[in-house]
Structure formats: structure tokens, C-alpha cells
Design a protein around this ligand. Structure first.
Ligand code: EPZ
Length: 432
């Protein structure tokens, strides 16, 4: 990965207006889902090529999104990309292998498994290695696919899956509401026959967005947004035109910057109804948070105060992806806060780097205790994962002096030119 870095001169108020991009965690499964269009199970030759084309709007310019497009191309899809609009024609898609290189480019390429299996009936990919968030198991994905008749062998780190006879009715209960597992089951069940019920399904808005895309392609899905999803397989899916939902985590990142710098921001192109648990934490910090229509206005005219306890939970609870952002903002607050990370086992990667900037954080296992300090000082720090990197940007904006953040390719996975967004609202931030 190139070794570009961010140079930030902190201490300036973040003020102005930012338009939020499309959601990374929605566009990735939706791009995978485009594979299913044009794959007429009924095999009727009459299925015309144009029916296999999807146009996806509001696609964010993220390295993860570009990696997903490379995977689609490697599977035989035709892709054109103009600004934030991507067109995918999967009429000739017949690939069933994701190369090692492509697998390692994008942590979440596991979401292609269900789509490739649904389209061509076979899929081989290298086991997604552990990543910065601790081991990323996929046992729930594999257990569910086996329940759907898929034969899976794991040999020397290669996952080899073959679709078998699908049960006419499968009733799957997830032991935890895994976002990725819910998505993989939806993607595998949408095309074909049989009814699939998912209980304890993830309820994240990105699941409903994926369902929205698939339904526009002709899929039969109900219950999205609730814990019980029902998918009835259909013989074929056609392409459609769809606009990706806004990125609620990107929005929360900008809110964290306004909070820590005592600024105020108008965020546009957001869906406040997806963000209540985030907005309430910023309100508890003493920020004024005003959601309306497709906007959220946040004002932090008073120094922010500690929040007694923040617990990350599956949606609609406080999202784990916002946890590093709030951790950073609370470093410069009045009082002591406690954060409990219930979703991932290793998600306080920003803590040691924040301590280098003068933060007073004790992180042990799933609990972090933050004693707010009056001042953070710029320092050379390193991004260890996507959201920990974003947390360092937030802290640097609220720190005095210069911060240099390295390994910012992690940040580019989830933020489209983060320096452009923050420069537009008063930050002194440069990519070098
Ligand atoms: C998705 O990851 C998101 N990624 C993550 O965002 C997000 O943090 C996470 O959901 C939770 O909301 C994408 O959508 C691309 P999970 P995913 O399956 O699907 C355990 C970001 O920063 N688990 O809901 O991997 C798992 O280890 C990223 O944008 C199993 O044990 O999350 C974790 O502890 C980071 N076995 C918990 O469940 C499984 O088979 C939640 O994982 C699957 C998951």
C-alpha cells in the first residue's frame, strides 16, 4: 500500500456544511448482488442482455468499492463507472473464483460468496484471514449455507463451496445478528426456489438497503429491518436502477469532529432515522443535535462533557463503527466516560495512539475508561484500522499543533478523500 500520510494542524473549529456520501457497508453487498441479475435459473435464452444491467447511484469513491468492482470484473461482469454512478452488466458473469490477491484487498469480500454461489452454483475463495479487528470468523455464514444445501470444504485455507439441492423451506436462526451472514443468506436465497426464513437476522439499515435493491430486481423479500427475514427464491432477477443509502458512520465521523473542536456542522444527504443511537450520544455530550428531512445540524458551542456509559450493540443500538469516533471525541471532554465494546473483541486500536496525543484512556478487554483532558497535543500516529484511523483524524482536528497520521490507506477504505471533506469546513489538513 502506498505510504501516503495526513498532516493536520488542529485547534480550528469545524464549521460549515458537508454532503455525506453513499454508505460503504451498503454499496459492497449491493455490488455483490448485481451478480445475480442475468442469471436466469430457468435458463431461458430469451433473457436479454440489457435486463442484466444495473445502474447504482450514490456509490462512494472508496478503495473497498473499487476492489469490489475489480472482483466483479474478474467474474466476467462489464462495469462502467462515471462519478458516483456505476453500471454493472452481469449477463456473461460465469466466474466462480476470487483470486487470493483480490480476497486480501477487501476485508469484506466474503459477501461475494453468497452471490457467486447463487449465480453459478460454485465458489472458491481463500479463507478471509484475521484482520485488524481480531479474527473475523465466518462460522455463521458457513453454517447457514450448509443448511441451504451448500457443500463446503476447507482445504489449505481455500474455501470450496458447491450448491446442492436447496430445501423447499429452510428456517435458520443466527446465534448472533451477524450483518455479513444475514447478507450472504439473502444473496444466496434470492435466486432459485424455496423459502428461507432467517431469525435473529441483523436489522442494520444496510440490510434493508440490500433488500430494497434485490426487490427492485424482482426478488421476493419481507421483514427487512426486523429480526425475521423471509426470502422466497425466484427463477430470475433483472437489473435495476438504484441509489445507495447515505453513510451513517461517515456522518457520525463529521459529528465527532464538530464536537471535539467546539464547532457546528450541517450534514446533508443523510437519513436521520438511521442515526438515533449516534445522535443521542452526541446530545449526551452536550452537543445540540437537530435532525430534519435529509439533514442533521450539530452545534458544540459548549465544551463537551463525559458520557457515563456507551455500549455498542447490534442495530438499533449504538453502532460499533462509531465507537472509535466517540472514544476520540471523549478524550477532550469534562469528566470520566466508560465505553463497552460488545461487538468486536479488539476494537480499541486507537487508544495507544490517542495516548500519544495526551489522552487519558485505560482500555482493558471490552471496556475503555476515558478521563477527559483539557488539551490534546499533535503527534506522529498510525492508523491500525479504518475507524481507528478516522478516530485519529477527529482527535488531531481537536488537538493543538501538528499531527501526522501514517498508514492512511485504512482510512481510504471507508472515506472518500477525507481531507477534502474536512478542508471544506475549516480544517487545516493535507495529504502528503
Ligand atoms: C459488518 O461487518 C460491517 N462491515 C462492519 O463495518 C460492522 O462493524 C459490522 O457489520 C457490525 O455492524 C461491512 O458491512 C462490510 P458481523 P461484519 O458479521 O458483517 C462475529 C466498518 O468499519 N461473527 O455483524 O463482519 C464477528 O466476529 C466495518 O465499516 C462471528 O462470530 O460484522 C463480530 O464479533 C468494520 N461469526 C460480530 O459477530 C460469523 O460468522 C459481528 O460481526 C460472523 C460474525
Amino acid at each position: 500500500m502506498e505510504s501516503s500520510r495526513l498532516l493536520i494542524d488542529g485547534g480550528r473549529k469545524i464549521e460549515g456544511e458537508i454532503r455525506v456520501h453513499g454508505a460503504k457497508n451498503s454499496v459492497l453487498p449491493i455490488l455483490a448482488a448485481t451478480l445475480l441479475c442475468g442469471g436466469a435459473k430457468s435458463g431461458n435464452a430469451g433473457f436479454s442482455r440489457t435486463c442484466a444491467a444495473s445502474t447504482v447511484h450514490n456509490c462512494p469513491g472508496l478503495s473497498d468499492a473499487f476492489a469490489a468492482m475489480r472482483i466483479l470484473r474478474s467474474l466476467g461482469c462489464e462495469i462502467s463507472h462515471e462519478g458516483s454512478t456505476v453500471t454493472v452488466n452481469s449477463a456473461d458473469a460465469d466466474g466462480d473464483i476470487i483470486s487470493d490477491g483480490l480476497m486480501h484487498e477487501m476485508r469484506s469480500s466474503i459477501v461475494f460468496l453468497g452471490a457467486i454461489l447463487g449465480r453459478v452454483g460454485r465458489c472458491r475463495l481463500s479463507f478471509p484471514g484475521g484482520c485488524e479487528l481480531g479474527p473475523r470468523p465466518i462460522d455463521l455464514h458457513l453454517e447457514a449455507l450448509r443448511r441451504l444445501g451448500v457443500r463446503i470444504t476447507i482445504d489449505h485455507g481455500i474455501l470450496d463451496c458447491t450448491a446442492g439441492v436447496r430445501p423447499t423451506c429452510a428456517d435458520i436462526t443466527l446465534s448472533l445478528p451477524s450483518v455479513g451472514a444475514t447478507e450472504n443468506i439473502m444473496l444466496y436465497s434470492a435466486l432459485g426456489s424455496g423459502e428461507t426464513v432467517i431469525r435473529n437476522a441483523a436489522r442494520e439499515p444496510e440490510i434493508a438497503d440490500l433488500a430494497g435493491y434485490l426487490i427492485k430486481c424482482g426478488a421476493e423479500i419481507s421483514g427487512q429491518g426486523t429480526s425475521t427475514l423471509v426470502i422466497n427464491g425466484v427463477p430470475e432477477l433483472h437489473g435495476c436502477e438504484y441509489s445507495v443509502m447515505p453513510d451513517r458512520i461517515e456522518a457520525a465521523t463529521y459529528m465527532g469532529a464538530a464536537a471535539i473542536t467546539g464547532g457546528e456542522l450541517m450534514l446533508t444527504g443523510v437519513r436521520p432515522q438511521d442515526m438515533y443511537s449516534c445522535m443521542s450520544v452526541f446530545s449526551e455530550m452536550g452537543c445540540g443535535v437537530y435532525p430534519y428531512d435529509d439533514k442533521v445540524f450539530i452545534s458544540a458551542r459548549k465544551p463537551i462533557t463525559a458520557v457515563r456509559t456507551v455500549r455498542t450493540m447490534p442495530y438499533p443500538g449504538f453502532p460499533t463503527d462509531c465507537q472509535p469516533i466517540v472514544l476520540a471525541a471523549l478524550c477532550k471532554s469534562q469528566g470520566t466516560s466508560v465505553i463497552v465494546e460488545n461487538i468486536f473483541e479488539n476494537r480499541f486500536m486507537a487508544a495507544p495512539e490517542l495516548r500519544r496525543m495526551g489522552a487519558n484512556i485505560k482500555a482493558e478487554g471490552k471496556v475503555a475508561v476515558i478521563e477527559g483532558v483539557k488539551k490534546l497535543c499533535g503527534a506522529p500516529v498510525r492508523a491500525y484500522d479504518l475507524r481507528a484511523g478516522a478516530a485519529l483524524v477527529v482527535a488531531a482536528l481537536g488537538a493543538e499543533g501538528q499531527t501526522e497520521i501514517s498508514d492512511i490507506h485504512y482510512i481510504d477504505r471507508g472515506y472518500e478523500s477525507i481531507e477534502t471533506a474536512f478542508s471544506s469546513v475549516g480544517a487545516d489538513i493535507k495529504r502528503i
